[in-house]
Design a binder for this molecule. Sequence first.
Ligand code: PLP
Length: 450
Amino acid sequence: MPSDHGSNRRPSHLFYQSRLRRPAVDRAEGIYLWDQDGRRQIDGSSGAMVVNIGHSNPYVLDAMRRQMEKVTFAYRLHFENDAAEDLAARTAALMPPGLERIFFVSGGSEAVESCLKLARQYALATGQGGRWKVISRFPSYHGSTLGALAVTGYDALTQPFAPMMREMPKIAAPTAYLDRDGLSMPERGRRYADLLEAEILAQGPDSVLAFIMEPIGGASTGALVAPDSYYPRIREICDRYKIILIYDEVMSGAGRTGKFLGAEHWPASPDLVALSKGFASGYCPLGAMAAPDWMVQPVLDAGGFQHGHTYAGNPLACAAGLAVLDEIAAHDLVGNAARMGAILKSRLEGLKARFPFIGDVRGKGLLLAAEFVADVETMAPLPKELNAYQRVVDLAYERGLIIYSRRTRGGVEGDHFLVCPPMIITEAQIDEIMEILVATLDALAAELHL
Ligand code: PLP
């Protein structure tokens, strides 16, 4: 029997993470989505920071239609396919120097799993079989499959599965904005990076395989950016102990932060990159790992990469990905993300004057977040019972704006919301977002007595 699950629509056989149900979507175009009653929402979070080039892009739809008419699936053990070859070449050209080998998957968790498994097989193929620990950060989010979850720092998601997976060592995420220690930001950046060295030494350097981090945080930290000094120091430490540095760019990649990769904001490159979300912009499930030849070749020579998924290199998904990259280049959407992101960020900063419970605004490009606090001096979080992170999303939705939120930050809990519209956004559309956001925050302040 289909059940109602608190539905506002009709009984359903479907289930997702929670009982929450929203109206059914009817159509979408650009930065807007409409439900079946004709109500419009501004997609202020690009779905889950996915639809970077906006909805219903005619060029991408046309490229997909042309690919569909030729072939939608051909298994990689039976055929090569041009869409996958072309997309691999185009992707490699967008990666940091040396990351010229591309492995396709269907999503972000699979991309992260691929990085972990390639790193491990590289260690085995090169006589370093004792290396298996992957250090990550707390909080962080790297995906929902058991391997990606093992390096995820998010108790509510990991703890229920504790006996089924091996929890990997974690260091604190660089939440320098919360510190009241009298240090300068560069000093704090180095201090947070040095936590990695301390953890490597504590674990035993010969047992550590890799370190994984989101160069610019996603929903787990609310677009956390470390002080600039953090990134080169992390690279130095990984080099010193021969640790593979993995950047999870599932959310920060594909132009969202105003560079094609978040990594490009700093002069330090990763050894492996995980991509998904904006890579095919939601037109098809697609993800990728970018890896250097020095890591791939020994694994292939030692008998092959023991990993892969049925849909890897799917021609339709790859054709969609290629067309998305074409659109990003043709309309300089990475540049637009940088320009519009700077405008949106300063408008969000401006909200602090009117709403004293906004304690921090952060992020780069169009990966932006604002954090709520009870007190801007101490940065103490709002009480959990206020449920501010959920209420702000609901109040915005009632007013026609989709935003994304979580109640996580550094060691303590805190409410933040992300504003991450598609990279095609215009200044006039930023005005539309801000008008609804101000009305939303007014309503939140009145409801929660902030
Ligand atoms: N890594 C990061 C940084 C993410 O933000 C996400 C999803 O939000 C993932 C990995 C997992 O991606 P997916 O949900 O496509 O498996």
